[in-house]
Design a protein around this ligand. Structure first.
Ligand code: 4AD
Ligand code: MG
Length: 450
């Protein structure tokens, strides 16, 4: 006989194991009238009630870790279950003073307060729900690509160039402050090194031998962006596909977003119902809208025209479509519930590797924007000609030496190909309806916070 179950398993198998002995281990979430205990073990959003017959000898406090062996029975409604204990063991006691100042106390705590004790957030209903959604989404990403015969590639976290050319990198050095910046030859790698901003260049080289690949890992950006959608350390999914032109990679991206939302609405419906409630009952409707509508596709040029029609001279051709414009697009011009695909951005605001259109001013690029959070995916066809890429790097005055290997790919039978990068934390933020990206990653890193 198996005694130890997770609460999730017990709820699932309740009909089979009713009136039998079960053993659970978890934390006391509520304790009412000295008789009713609610236990949670993190396996599910739901608690399981344990009904004491008489006062327990040992002192029970909210927050302690406990083991209960008992009989599983139906409550009087013949549907919900509870445990009548035969035996209770208290494992982890609590320091009551410390507990009373912590976010584990059963009262309202703001999300910013939870963030201040991020190492305890896992025990709260909201954060453990978000983490279960996050976990499920990670698995679904692997499922999506695996089903389509893509291979998962791990790209390095430390490298020595700036993929995006935006200059926002963290240095990696073992030199002390005095030695720093003087002689990198003496440094650990014998050269200047940095934390990667993207695994794309390595991903493209992997694609050359495996055809369809994806990465899923942390990337680092030293932007001083104190917004609700930027992290200094975030997780990105990047994919590169041989023989794909712009339209095909756009379609793949749209499919990925729809697949993830569709499946998460099944896998994590309890968490999403709870988060829906937290979000004025608007979240699930929004998610259903995303899967049931074709994304709106529109060129950069048209977007600039529409924005300027909305308000004269609000934006110039060549400007990036930042958050304020994204908001106008969703709230005033298009539909607040349908994602936007914007394509053919000017080359002056996009990285060196994007294929440039015949007009020599726009690129074969696209971004996907989601309502409320904005850019979720960025991608493009990649420049495939060695000569064009070389000249573009020169034009941008970028360091060619450290990415000569990347240029060499173009000399070895490569052909047209495309790729994209999806901001994983932003996706979790969108799907959970959280206002701040710092609330969807266990230990957020952002300026002045580590
Ligand atoms: O648009 P980005 O910078 O594109 C790249 O890095 C390309 N190499 C991707 C590729 O084509 N392989 O970043 C991709 C996505 C953005 O669309 C956004 O969702 C997310 O990453 N992102 C961030 N998420 C959280 N915090 C930040 N600071 C982010 N910067 C970008
Ligand atoms: Mg981008």
């Amino acid at each position: 006989m198996k005694y130890y179950y997770t609460i999730k398993e017990i709820i699932k198998k309740k009909k089979k194991i009713i009136n039998k002995k079960v053993r659970i281990k978890g934390w006391v979430k509520y304790f009412r009238n000295n008789l009713f205990l609610e236990i949670n073990d993190g396996s599910t959003i739901k608690n399981l009630q344990v009904v004491l017959k008489k006062k327990n000898k040992e002192k029970i406090n909210i927050g302690i870790t406990i083991e209960v062996l008992g009989k599983l029975i139906f409550k009087s409604n013949n549907k919900d279950i509870e445990i009548i204990p035969l035996y209770i063991k208290i494992f982890g006691k609590i320091d009551i003073n410390f507990f009373n100042n912590s976010i584990l106390q059963n009262k309202y705590h703001s999300l910013s307060k939870l963030r201040k004790q991020s190492y305890l957030r896992f025990r709260t209903k909201i954060f453990s729900s978000i983490i279960r959604v996050r976990h499920n989404l990670s698995i679904l990403i692997h499922n999506f690509f695996c089903n389509k015969n893509f291979f998962y590639i791990n790209t390095p976290i430390i490298n020595n160039y700036d993929t995006e050319g935006a200059g926002n990198m963290f240095n990696v050095t073992t030199l002390n402050i005095k030695e720093k910046y003087k002689n990198y030859k003496k440094d650990f790698f014998g050269c200047k090194a940095n934390l990667t901003v993207s695994g794309q260049l390595e991903a493209e080289s992997a694609m050359l031998g495996l055809c369809r690949i994806y990465t899923f890992g942390p990337v680092f950006r030293a932007d001083n962006s104190n917004t609700n959608k930027h992290l200094s350390e975030f997780w990105m999914v990047e994919s590169e596909v041989m023989f794909f032109k712009l339209n095909k990679i756009i379609k793949l991206s749209e499919k990925l977003i729809k697949f993830l939302i569709k499946k998460i609405l099944i896998n994590c419906i309890e968490e999403l119902n709870f988060l829906n409630n937290y979000n004025n009952n608007k979240l699930i409707n929004l998610l259903n809208n995303i899967i049931n509508n074709k994304f709106i596709k529109i060129s950069y040029n048209k977007v600039i025209k529409l924005l300027n029609n909305y308000k004269k001279n609000i934006i110039k051709w060549g400007d990036d479509i930042g958050s304020i414009y994204e908001e106008i697009l969703f709230k005033k011009i298009f539909n607040n519930n349908i994602p936007l695909i914007i394509y053919n951005y000017p080359k002056i605001i996009k990285p060196f590797y994007m294929k440039i259109n015949k007009n020599n001013i726009t690129t074969k690029s696209f971004d996907i924007l989601l309502p409320y959070i904005g850019e979720i995916i960025g991608g493009s066809e990649r420049e495939n000609s060695y000569k064009k890429l070389f000249l573009r790097l020169k034009e941008l005055k970028m360091n060619i030496k450290n990415i000569s290997w990347y240029l060499n790919i173009r000399k070895l039978g490569t052909i047209y190909h495309s790729g994209f990068g999806l901001g994983f934390d932003r996706l979790v933020q969108f799907i959970t309806g959280m206002k701040n990206i710092r609330d969807v990653i266990p230990f957020p890193r952002y300026p002045k916070n580590i």
